[in-house]
Design a protein around this ligand. Structure first.
Ligand code: HEC
Ligand code: HEC
Ligand code: HEC
Ligand code: HEC
Ligand code: HEC
Ligand code: HEC
Ligand code: HEC
Length: 474
């Protein structure tokens, strides 16, 4: 049996006053914002949107009952929070032993039907082990607090406030609430900082590289996004649109390129209502003969809908003749962001550059782990994982993969210790659970192997490997 490798990142936390504190003095904005898709982008289940029912997928029958339990024969999944306002659809999250996972069932609100969650569709089996990683809640909720060293261990509830709170766009409001201290108004920020407020959630790009010790979760309104995370984009769009490529599209538009910072998301959108100002084009253009009043109807057509989590798309490249762009497609820094050698090395996994940077004494854990994973192919990753763990003792990828080297070197005790630590904090990591069980089995500890496999099966009820092994142990 081959030892299986694993890939992972993890994240710290933030806290805020909460939108309710703003209501007494900004009643109108508060009420308008609460109705927007953004404000309703996540929350506890039970807001009355869903009609309950059943569906089949991959030969499995699923039933969703009014208490938000998904029954899939081999078990049930309790849905506690929704993600997505339901304008198009919503996904759900629930805790299994304190770990937050995505429900296999999603609700496609437009059709009023349940179906398999995006990402599950390619799997011919049932599992509840798609972790809700922090990026997900970082965009859809406020004050999400994942435990360090884990992908998806959260307190209950997992976020301070559902949806996009006032303070995600205005920064911490405690001083302003308590004694009328200053508070960020995006419209008054320098353009790059203003734009960053929206980009924190509306830009994923071709690759994102967290600055050392930082990431999207350390960003606060008023900062430059590029100081927290470096974003690369493709020079032209590919075939498939995504939910978070509006900013990339706009960056490719002649309007933005020619008008510069005068044009931003706020030119056309009201951030509180999430609405669109149809007349915005006329700030800069005259109507023309062949056209009509519906400028966007011709120049920003709606894209084809793709089923799933991210569905509605309006073309934000604002082209003269909208259509598929052609020509070479290269990765480049998002306009206004400067890429370092480290950013390029991590974004493109460039071996020579990674090697050059890893040779420096100040190389960070992310870089070392990335290089180690490339070195795994020829079995030379161990010293790099060791170095990474001295810098970041809880790095799950480093522990998981170093365990494989230890096992291969006959140092089973050390391997098992590493895998035990990772698996305790990340029981959804199938590869680690299987390795740990195999390791226990090989060292003759049948009880520990059995217990580990039971836990693996709790998160992956259909794992053939786990069932096989369990069968052999009996
Ligand atoms: C006790 C009343 C009060 C509360 C509570 C309050 N504000 Fe204000 N806020 C004001 C007043 C009055 C102004 C306008 C005068 C000023 O700038 O002090 C203002 C101004 C603002 C501005 C404009 C600032 C600028 O420089 O243009 C923003 C943005 C703002 N508030 C957001 C918030 C947010 C977000 C919250 C909740 C975290 C909040 N406020 C809570 C009273 C309040
Ligand atoms: C980088 C930010 C970001 C991340 C990460 C992200 N989303 Fe989204 N998501 C968005 C935005 C922005 C939209 C709205 C897109 C639109 O209206 O076209 C959206 C839309 C959705 C919708 C449709 C909501 C509706 O309007 O009906 C669902 C469901 C959803 N996301 C679920 C998820 C889940 C589950 C995850 C994590 C596994 C996730 N998203 C990760 C930003 C993000
Ligand atoms: C998605 C981002 C976003 C969210 C969420 C948000 N705001 Fe704003 N807010 C803005 C932007 C952008 C402006 C500047 C609008 C302009 O002048 O163009 C603004 C302006 C303001 C202002 C000052 C200008 C005015 O219209 O009076 C206040 C007060 C304010 N927001 C309060 C709130 C409160 C209270 C909440 C939560 C209920 C909230 N905002 C949520 C983005 C946001
Ligand atoms: C904290 C993350 C976050 C920030 C900050 C944010 N958005 Fe959003 N935005 C979302 C998500 C998530 C959705 C999808 C909401 C849904 O339907 O579930 C969304 C949806 C929208 C929509 C579609 C209409 C709606 O309300 O659903 C518009 C327009 C929009 N955002 C504009 C903006 C603008 C402009 C800014 C900056 C001033 C901004 N957003 C900042 C996360 C964010
Ligand atoms: C802040 C100003 C501004 C706004 C708002 C704006 N544009 Fe533009 N747009 C420009 C500038 C500047 C150019 C470049 C003009 C030129 O090249 O002659 C441009 C170019 C264009 C082009 C030509 C693109 C091409 O491929 O050559 C189209 C079409 C267009 N805009 C449509 C729109 C539409 C439709 C809207 C509203 C949805 C809009 N613009 C909003 C400033 C703006
Ligand atoms: C019925 C579809 C349609 C509508 C509606 C429409 N346009 Fe156009 N637009 C076009 C076409 C077609 C072209 C010319 C393309 C070409 O000649 O290559 C064009 C060209 C343009 C250009 C490029 C410069 C030029 O004049 O050739 C701009 C800017 C523009 N439109 C802005 C707008 C604005 C602003 C509105 C709304 C007031 C609007 N359009 C409404 C179809 C439309
Ligand atoms: C030139 C005007 C313009 C600008 C600038 C603009 N948008 Fe839009 N946006 C639109 C129009 C028009 C729609 C379609 C609205 C509708 O159908 O109700 C739209 C729709 C959206 C939606 C809803 C989902 C979709 O694709 O239909 C999101 C999310 C969004 N915009 C985000 C952004 C963000 C983020 C920015 C800044 C990076 C931005 N927009 C800048 C005009 C603009």
């Amino acid at each position: 049996m081959r030892w299986l490798a694993w890939l992972l990142v993890s994240v710290p936390a933030l806290a805020d006053t909460g939108s309710a504190a703003c209501a007494p003095c900004h009643r109108e904005i508060y009420e308008q914002q609460r109705r927007s898709g953004m404000a309703r982008s996540s929350g506890p289940v039970g807001d009355g949107l869903e009609r309950f029912g059943a569906f089949r997928a991959g030969g499995v029958a699923y039933r969703v009952s009014p208490d938000f339990a998904v029954d899939f024969g081999k078990g049930t999944f309790a849905m506690r929070w929704y993600i997505g306002s339901g304008t198009v659809g919503r996904s759900y999250a629930g805790l299994v032993d304190g770990f937050l996972f995505q429900s296999p069932a999603s609700y496609f609100a437009a059709r009023g039907e349940w179906g398999l969650s995006p990402g599950y569709s390619t799997k011919p089996f049932v599992d509840v082990a798609r972790p809700i990683e922090s990026a997900c809640l970082q965009c859809h909720a406020s004050g999400a607090r994942v435990a360090a060293g884990t992908a998806n261990l959260y307190p209950d509830p997992p976020f301070a406030e559902g949806g996009v709170s006032c303070e995600r766009c205005h920064g911490a409001g405690n001083e302003h609430v308590a004694r009328r201290g200053p508070i960020v108004n995006p419209a008054k920020l320098a353009p790059a900082r203003r734009d960053s407020v929206c980009l924190q959630c509306h830009l994923t790009g071709a690759a994102r590289v967290a600055r050392p010790g930082r990431g999207p979760e350390t960003f606060r309104a008023g900062d430059l996004l590029g100081d927290h995370v470096m974003v690369f984009m493709w020079s032209r769009a590919g075939g498939e649109r995504t939910a978070t490529d509006h900013a990339e599209q706009l960056a490719r538009s002649k309007c933005r390129q020619a008008a510069g910072e005068k044009l931003w998301c706020g030119t056309c959108h009201d951030a509180h209502a999430g609405s669109t100002r149809a007349a915005a084009c006329l700030d800069c253009h005259q109507p023309h003969e062949r056209g009509g009043a519906d400028c966007a109807g011709c120049h920003m057509p709606k894209g084809r809908s793709r089923e799933g989590e991210h569905v509605v798309f309006t073309d934000h490249t604002i082209a003269r003749r909208p259509g598929r762009a052609t020509g070479p497609r290269v990765m480049q820094p998002f306009p206004g962001m400067a890429a370092t050698e480290r950013d390029w090395a991590l974004a493109e996994r460039r071996l020579p550059l990674l090697e050059k940077l890893a040779a420096r004494p100040d190389a960070d854990a992310a870089l070392l782990v990335q290089l180690a994973q490339l070195y795994d192919a020829n079995g030379k990753g161990a010293p790099l994982y060791e170095r990474a763990l001295r810098l970041e003792p809880a790095n799950a990828t480093a522990m998981a993969n170093l365990g494989i080297y230890r096992m291969q070197a006959g140092r089973a005790r050390e391997a098992l210790a590493l895998w035990t630590r990772v698996f305790e904090k990340n029981p959804g990591m199938l590869a680690v659970g299987l390795n740990l069980a195999l390791g226990h089995a090989e060292t003759g500890d049948k009880d520990a192997a059995t217990a580990t496999l039971r836990r693996v099966l709790r998160f992956h009820p259909d794992s053939a490997q786990a069932r096989d092994l369990l069968g052999k142990l009996r």
